[in-house]
Write a protein that binds this ligand. Structure first.
Ligand code: GDP
Length: 613
């Protein structure tokens, strides 16, 4: 789609009733004045382009006494409009802040066929992963990008001139995790059942999940190459669970395949196309994009990175998007072959960078026309989320006095916020912490996510009296200050084991006197100079505290620690400096480190006895 089309979308196809039109709603539209809320006399006068005194006079004649600041009810607004020669219309608007709830009313003529989105499910070891690989790699030879490692957790496959989108995470856990967050992305479930093993517990679970989501199933009877393969048995067993094959008068299409030998894959793909045709899947490419986050992580080099599935509309690079309760500008959008895309049509999965924070899998996203709109909406959603989380978590305490509180019976629960450099490690930390639950104290991880520690984490922790654990991530100086203000404890660790030990000791009341890191200053890298024989010098501005010529330092990129080391030399202009304070520029050479980037934060710290903190 060319630039012109993009412009057309911007001008016309704003979601109906989404509030995106709000800005223009209180204007006179032809002879019809459309309003969305009650207005004061002054506001109405301005909209109708009349003098407020004229409205006051008209109402006075009806024995209604009002001033310029009085609000008028809908009927009175209507009457006034008619008096001044306008027709009127009250329009309900749905707050765009709740964009998940916007009912999309695309006109039938705007709808275009879109590819089906397929998830592969089935019992463990029945061959889901092998099938995913077989589909991904089939006709790779004909694919000019063959061999380039895929970059995102979903991909599109061309079959007979049409596309099918496959979500890469097999199994129903991811599918239901999404669904529990209100996201339904799958149009068709391919249920893999091994011909030599038959229907197993997770096969049944997968059937239940697909049925609960009202998603049609295609059965792929796999491992047909195995000598004991018995597809008839599989078909019979499935019937007991109300999955009835077409051969027996049901609606479920069944394919016999061998994922390992790559046999029957083309037939399976064609079956998916047939099912998709029956479903008549359509979307309107001419609207602002709306869709779901499939996965997200904090990339050390590029910051928050998310795989988005566009479900309706077209996402353009340079669009402003609200995702969950964060927002950002799409700085770069790529497909599974790392090719840069300018636009992504419905059912296209894309990897996107440019968001301000790491969203959660299952979060919804929507593109907005301006940065201001995206920012305002994200902020409203963030506050709403914090309030919701606050009301869910009535709180407790900090690690330090945990044991006392437990023994005094004051405390039964330790609330924890976990932030880590990837979703995987956040989950691992969460799982390990939750194993520490015992009779005296319940460990309650109230948030666990990938990304830097943010103000929103501090607010949540403060409201829930939680301790924040940062695993391989660090807070900015601003966030650190906020935490001090709110008296929130932030514990930073780089090894899971150390983190778990902290909590374990706290529970047992064995807080050992230990050395801890005390942050003493932060400097922002503004320029990087390469000096031969010396290496890279970071031209910095000290933004907080003080940097000393022998400081220990962390190098932070997008909130994540990319290097631990020490200052080798510190200079003010050409001279060596002992220390440089906030507000001054300096040149920093970090020992054995020559990969400083502009925008990195160099954080200086000291190791101190815990009591001296
Ligand atoms: P998943 O747990 O469902 O993802 O299953 P995998 O794809 O990991 O497969 C489990 C095992 O079954 C692996 O050893 C595969 O090589 C094997 N397997 C998968 N598909 C086939 C097949 O079509 N034929 C045979 N003989 N083995 C298969």
């Amino acid at each position: 789609m060319a630039k012109d089309n993009k412009k057309k979308i911007r001008e016309s196809n704003i979601p109906q009733n989404s509030g995106l039109q709000k800005k223009n709603l209180n204007k006179v539209q032809g002879q019809v004045f459309v309003f969305t809320k009650s207005l004061t006399v002054g506001e109405l006068a301005k909209e109708l382009n009349v003098n407020p005194s004229e409205i006051i006079k008209k109402l006075f004649l009806q024995k209604k006494l009002v001033t310029i600041n009085n609000y008028l009810d809908d009927d009175t607004i209507g009457e006034i409009c008619l008096e001044f020669g306008f027709d009127f219309k009250k329009e309900e608007i749905i707050d765009e802040e709740d964009f998940e709830k916007i009912k999309i009313d695309d006109k039938p003529e705007d709808l275009k066929e879109r590819p089906a989105v397929v998830t592969i499910m089935g019992h463990v070891d029945h061959g889901k992963t092998t099938l995913i690989d077989a589909i991904r790699n089939s006709n790779l030879a004909a694919n000019e990008f063959g061999g380039i490692s895929q970059e995102i957790g979903a991909y599109q496959k061309q079959v007979n001139g049409k596309k099918i989108t496959f979500i890469d995470t097999p199994g129903h856990e991811a599918f239901s995790a999404m669904r529990s967050r209100g996201a339904s992305v799958t149009d068709i479930v391919v249920l893999v059942v091994a011909a030599d093993d038959g229907v197993m517990p997770q096969t049944i679970e997968a059937i239940d999940h697909a049925k609960a989501a009202n998603v049609p199933i295609i059965v792929a009877i796999n491992k047909m190459d195995v000598p004991g393969a018995n597809p008839d048995r599989v078909v019979n067993e499935l019937m007991k669970h109300d999955v009835i094959s077409e051969d027996f008068g049901g609606e479920v299409m069944v394919c016999k395949i061998s994922a390992k030998k790559k046999e029957g894959i083309d037939e399976l793909l064609e079956t998916i196309l047939t099912e998709a045709e029956m479903l008549e899947l359509k979307a309107n490419p001419n609207r602002y994009a709306i869709g779901t986050v499939l996965e997200a992580e904090l990339d050390k080099g590029e910051g928050p990175k998310a795989t988005l599935l566009v479900q309706n509309g077209t996402l353009f690079s340079s669009d402003y998007v609200v995702v969950g309760s964060t927002y950002g500008k799409v700085r770069r959008m790529t497909n599974e072959f790392k090719q840069v895309l300018k636009e992504a049509l419905p059912s296209t999965p894309v990897s996107v960078i440019g968001l301000n924070e790491v969203p959660l899998a299952g979060d919804h996203f929507m593109a907005f026309p301006t940065e201001k709109q995206a920012k305002d909406i994200a902020e409203k959603r963030r506050l709403k989320k914090v309030n919701e989380e606050r009301s869910q978590n009535s709180g407790v305490t900090s690690l330090e006095n945990l044991y006392e509180k437990i023994s005094e019976g004051q405390m039964k629960q330790l609330n924890i916020v976990v932030k880590a450099d990837s979703t995987g490690s956040a989950e691992a930390v969460k799982a390990s912490l939750e194993k520490l639950n015992n009779e005296q104290v319940k460990i309650n991880v109230i948030r666990s996510a990938a990304g830097a520690i943010t103000e929103s984490d501090v607010l949540l922790a403060s409201a829930s009296k939680a301790v924040i654990f940062g695993f391989n991530v660090r807070p900015s100086a601003l966030v650190r200050k906020k935490a001090e203000e709110e008296q929130v404890e932030i514990k930073l660790e780089r090894i899971i084991y150390a983190l778990i030990e902290d909590v374990e000791n706290a529970i047992k009341g064995q807080m050992v006197k230990e050395k801890i890191e005390l942050s003493v200053g932060q400097a922002e890298v503004r320029n990087v100079f390469k000096v031969s024989k010396v290496g890279e010098i970071a031209g910095c501005m000290v933004t907080d505290g003080v940097i000393k010529n022998n400081s220990l330092v962390h190098v932070l990129r997008n909130g994540a620690v990319v290097y631990d080391g020490e200052v080798e030399s510190l200079k003010r202009f050409k001279d060596d400096a002992k220390e440089v304070k906030t507000g001054f520029e300096c040149g920093i050479k970090i020992k054995n480190f020559n990969d400083v980037h502009e925008g990195d934060i160099i954080e200086a710290y000291e190791m101190v006895d815990k009591d001296n903190e």
